[in-house]
Unconditional design. Structure first.
Length: 505
């Protein structure tokens, strides 16, 4: 592969970058680190909508069946742009890069860099090496080189942040390829996690989401079965930290001490994402999930007993190999009993390299689609019924940025209630900023959001709002130029959205 002369070698003209992220929250947080690495190396983010970024990075996901097609389609669209843009570079990282490795460059020889999930810190070096050597650089580490939280981060939000507490997963679910790509679970030391949280709060962050591939298994790597509940309680002692969330837990590791810590720690929010995957014991066994329907419903019952107002969401896979109509009916039964506020439903996607891909009894697409539609219809009905119970309640809503796509047209603002429900509300007379808290009364419920049409009952300006205002009011700092091509090399996170994880928990 040949690289043409780079226009950003002009002294004082910085290179620009764009990152395209696919997949779970772990990838979103990794993209923040990639941004931090590139900016520390002298790059600047390309303006939104720009077609002229000098570096385009794809942070990929390998969970869904169409992930490969989507990536290669997007790479194909970039090929003529690269040909017309001297010096442009394309990098591919994330789970699909870890899986496909050399295949990416074979299928798309115009790609400059391929890096994996374990060595994201190498991106600036690999880009520079590709430019100098004028050939693609493929570097995939087989194990974690350094915990990602040691890397610089450009957080998307001033008021909310991801905090990784572990990477990797020790489960062996037959449908999931992620453990093979992310590796075995590796836990951070509690002191390092809390130090990061305290530093974020000092910067103005008021909401953090603890993040892990199997977040409540935290402690297995350090030999403490109650480490996660202790971590939640420790977060409760951090002054200025108003909201603590976590995702995604596994039913196997969801113990009573965690429920107690959630209920007894005021800043741990009454929200839980608990992946079900299937309500059929037979299918759960085939999935190699270590719980059964009774155990799952027992957890839900205990959570509701301890936190009656908790909003519980889940992940469900429809059409797993061998799933019968009776199995599917057990899933519908579990959904009815659980009364999820929201469910992220997936049609089973065969992934090469997973045991499920080789199983007998692959379900015809038409059958999967019909079951999927029935499940979605049931969950829509339940979500609406559960949201209607919120009408008349007074909620403290943390104002969000970018959550309400129609806010400008409706003259409303949007934000998240403590249980993470999305609330659109009438804009108060006084100015409010993302990160501020507005107290409103819910007047209407839809399946996926609440509406508060009356005047705000109270507005509380917060340090998080101050941080947002400072970030947006400060004049843009003149970036360092990438002089003569060699970047300097340094050795988390957006507002928690109610999206599911990779579906592997």
């Amino acid at each position: 592969m040949t690289s043409s002369t780079d226009r950003s070698h002009v002294v004082g003209v910085p290179k620009t970058y764009e990152i395209r992220t696919y997949g779970c929250q772990m990838n979103v947080h990794d993209s923040e680190r990639l941004s931090g690495l590139l900016e520390e190396a002298g790059y600047v983010r390309a303006p939104k909508g720009s077609e002229e970024a000098d570096v385009v990075v794809f942070n990929t996901c390998a969970v869904r069946e169409n992930a490969d097609n989507r990536l290669y389609g997007n790479l194909g669209q970039l090929a003529p742009k690269k040909a017309a843009h001297p010096g442009m570079q394309i990098a591919v990282g994330g789970c699909l890069a870890q899986k496909d490795r050399d295949t990416i460059v074979k299928k798309a020889p115009w790609v400059d860099v391929v890096f994996g999930t374990h060595n994201i810190g190498k991106l600036p070096v690999l880009l520079e090496r590709a430019r100098i050597q004028e050939e693609a650089q493929v570097e995939i580490a087989e194990s974690l080189e350094a915990f990602p939280s040691t890397l610089p981060t450009r957080r998307e939000s001033a008021y909310a942040a991801w905090v990784s507490i572990s990477v990797g997963c020790n489960n062996t679910c037959t449908f999931c390829i992620v453990p093979a790509l992310r590796g075995k679970e590796k836990d951070r030391r509690p002191g390092d996690i809390l130090a990061e949280v305290e530093a974020l709060v000092a910067e103005g962050v008021s909401e953090i989401t603890l993040l892990g591939q199997n977040v409540n298994a935290y402690g297995s790597d350090i030999g403490d079965r109650e480490a996660f509940s202790k971590l939640l309680r420790a977060c409760g002692k951090i002054d200025g930290l108003e909201r603590v969330r976590f995702t995604s837990p596994h039913p196997r590791d969801f113990t009573d001490d965690v429920i107690a810590a959630m209920a007894e720690t005021p800043n741990v929010m009454p929200q839980l994402h608990m992946p079900l995957q299937s309500g059929s014991d037979r299918v759960l066994k085939a999935m190699r999930r270590s719980y059964r329907q009774e155990r799952f419903l027992g957890i839900i019952e205990k959570v509701r007993a301890a936190m009656p107002d908790a909003a519980i969401s889940t992940d469900i896979i429809v059409g797993f190999p061998g799933e019968t109509e009776e199995d599917f009916e057990q899933t519908l039964h579990t959904v009815r009993e659980s009364r999820f506020a929201q469910a992220f439903t997936f049609q089973y996607s065969k992934r090469p390299g997973t045991p499920a891909a080789e199983m007998d009894g692959q379900i015809p697409k038409a059958v999967v689609q019909e079951r999927y539609e029935r499940l979605v219809a049931l969950q829509e009905e339940i979500s609406w019924e559960e949201n209607k119970k919120q009408v008349g309640r007074t909620l403290d809503v943390m104002v969000a940025e970018g959550e309400g796509r129609k806010d400008d047209a409706t003259h409303r603002l949007s934000g998240r209630a403590p249980d993470n429900r999305l609330v659109h509300f009438t804009r108060p007379d006084e100015p409010v900023r993302p990160g501020d808290v507005v107290t409103v009364e819910v007047t209407y419920a839809a399946p996926h959001h609440l509406l508060a049409e009356g005047p705000a009952k109270a507005v509380r300006r917060t340090r998080a709002g101050d941080a947002w205002e400072k970030r947006h009011a400060a004049p843009a700092e003149k970036p360092k130029g990438v002089l003569l091509g060699l970047p300097t090399i340094g050795a988390p996170a957006p507002s928690p959205a109610p999206t599911a994880g990779c579906g592997c928990d």
